[in-house]
Design a binder for this molecule. Sequence first.
Ligand code: 0O2
Length: 218
Amino acid sequence: MENAKIDSKELELFEEKTKPFSKLMMYYRCAMLEIRTKLDVFNTELSLESEHNPLENVICRLKSPASIIEKMNRKGIPVSVDNIERNLNDVAGVRVICSFIDDIYTLSDKLCSQDDIRLIERKDYIKNPKPNGYRSLHLILEIPIFLTEEKKYVRVEVQFRTIAMDFWASLEHKLKYKKEIGKNAEKIAAELQECAAEINRLDVKMQKIHEEIESPQE
Ligand code: 0O2
């Protein structure tokens, strides 16, 4: 297929106009990399000490331009690069999946106590689950990124969950976006609430078993 002809002047203008947005997204990408590296370092160190990997998985995601615009519109804030940076805390999102509940608190405490990290907000939906059953620990952090010409603090939302909590949240997330559930929605929401309680029991039980294996009683 022949490539459609692109007007180079038009492309130049477009790139010039979108450059500040692309630069902002680059900052967020770098910030996610910094968080990921810190978590990897903890995991490597802790797994040597106790032969246990607290970290199951780390997923980084950058909010799409469409989601950014939708959220800015919802908040009634004019869309501009400055306003995005000032008003959105979750353009860069890091999801940290841990094996056990204790791992969540160990890793999040270690992350927050690093002297280059600023804790902006902490929401503990594990100790205080949402009414629908949602559990996770949310942190809004500011982390410095060191570029060739500048050092800049960038916001990242970090969500900590166990594997079981993540399994639940993924399914529940679908409920929000499926329009055709209709009259079944209430029944499904109630079932999900039950599952959330069962999942919590399972997480607590697995934690206890893990402790018994790690430090067995004589
Ligand atoms: P997505 O697509 O995952 O990014 P704020 O972001 O501060 O304006 P809020 O509600 O105060 O809004 O933030 P909160 O409670 O910290 O939740 C933010 C994110 O947590 C959500 O982002 C979800 O990822 C997750 N979350 C919160 N509550 C629920 C829930 O009930 N179910 C599920 N599955 N996830 C939840 P987004 O932007 O909504 O979605």
